[in-house]
Design a binder for this molecule. Sequence first.
Ligand SMILES: C[S@@+](CC[C@H](N)C(=O)[O-])C[C@H]1O[C@@H](n2cnc3c(N)ncnc32)[C@H](O)[C@@H]1O
Length: 265
Amino acid sequence: MQPKQNKAQTRHDKVAIGRTFGRAATSYDSHAELQRLVGERLLTLAGPVPLGRVLDLGCGSGHFTEKLTHQGHQLIALDLASPMLKFTRLRCPEALCLQGDADALPLGGDCVDMVFSSLALQWSQDLTHALIQLKRSVRPGGRILISTLAEGSLGELAQAWHQVDSQPRVNRFLSEESLRIAVASAGLNPAQLSFETVTLHYDSSLAVMRALKGVGATHLHQGDGHRTLNRHTLAALERAYQTLASSPKQLPLSYRVCYGVFTLD
Ligand SMILES: C[S@@+](CC[C@H](N)C(=O)[O-])C[C@H]1O[C@@H](n2cnc3c(N)ncnc32)[C@H](O)[C@@H]1O
């Protein structure tokens, strides 16, 4: 069975996604609060892992590439955005840095002991297909650690936009059921999947959008809703978003995070 995701979806524009992340390479580290938190949690969930060759898929600016290298692993860092890889190279000269796409993995079979991929696979066109490729690249007995986003992520932002206009302003994410199906369809043990909601707070809707832009997570799969932003629209968004605040200047932005830790047969 295939997850519901991809059938009705337009093809993801990988050049545009890479360009948007690339533009954020210099600001990424100062806005990556969620990414740090989730990556650390993923490593904690995985527990101690034997040293070996590790693929950091969607490595971004290389924070976790560096961390895993310092633990003694040999790293392959792969990302769609070459400006992100420049930072990874600077941070971690010993890592092999490759520009590439999770949906067309440029790696052979059984070539790594572990895959670490934190908050990148939500950008994949077809999660099942991406997971099958990851599975192929990991040697028997190796591990795959992933975190990705599920439906409910950016929910407050979507809700606030919904009160302003009917344009698609926020990407949609796979439901938990679709994520479980994607994992099972890839032949990975679905029992090892967990979900948690992480909520960050910002003082304005502009701060929310700056934070998303800061990490490069602003590409919209359906059209470019950002082009039509003007002062009037932004003021309407701010009013709508403020109604969701738990206390003044505490605008919530929630992420439904999915963690998967798999050991291969
Ligand atoms: C939110 S960042 C996460 C970076 C890093 N894993 C971390 O936790 O800090 C997502 C990264 O995934 C990359 N990415 C997005 N789609 C990708 C794809 N299809 N293949 C490879 N990398 C991709 C982006 O360029 C970006 O650097």
